[in-house]
Design a protein around this ligand. Structure first.
Ligand code: ZN
Length: 155
């Protein structure tokens, strides 16, 4: 790992210690743009599916006008250290920043790996779009007729 990657882990660790002090915020993430700037974020837990720290950090970077991001790491609260991104975040990272490296691994074996390595046989949305467009939507919901079933209004 590069010194800048170690610094990124330290940044996320510092944010986790400082800002992750309740069940609402339990993970901090730090990202580094290709021009060397570092942005951080914490997760926003909510039972409806609040965003992970990685997504919040990406949003913070976008808010500050960062362009391409080259590395990211997430660190858990209460001394849990580096934690790998969830499946959704892996897909988001791959779609937004295909060349980003993700710092993963145990404390004594941290390494920065290409995000594509974390998503073998990945779904790439752009590659799956048909060359010919589908027929335009009619705006009319198709109401299938099920034989032998009467409408409840007839009862
Ligand atoms: Zn996630």
């Amino acid at each position: 790992m590069r010194d800048t990657d170690r610094a990124l882990v330290q940044a996320a660790t510092a944010v986790a210690k400082l800002r992750c002090r309740s069940d609402n915020h339990t993970v901090a993430a730090a990202v580094r743009s290709t021009d060397g700037r570092v942005f951080s974020g914490v997760n926003v837990f909510h039972f409806t599916g609040g965003p992970c720290a990685e997504v919040v950090a990406i949003g913070a970077a976008a808010t500050q006008g960062a362009g391409e991001l080259e590395a990211i790491v997430a660190v858990g609260d209460r001394g849990r250290g580096v934690i790998p991104p969830c499946g959704r975040c892996r897909q988001v990272l791959l779609d937004y920043f295909p060349s980003i490296r993700v710092i993963v691994g145990p404390p004594d074996g941290l390494r920065a790996v290409p995000v594509a390595d974390l998503l073998p046989e990945t779904y790439v949305w752009a590659d799956q779009q048909p060359e010919t467009p589908a027929a335009p939507r009619t705006g009319v919901w198709p109401m299938p007729v099920v034989p032998g079933v009467r409408q409840s209004a007839e009862d």
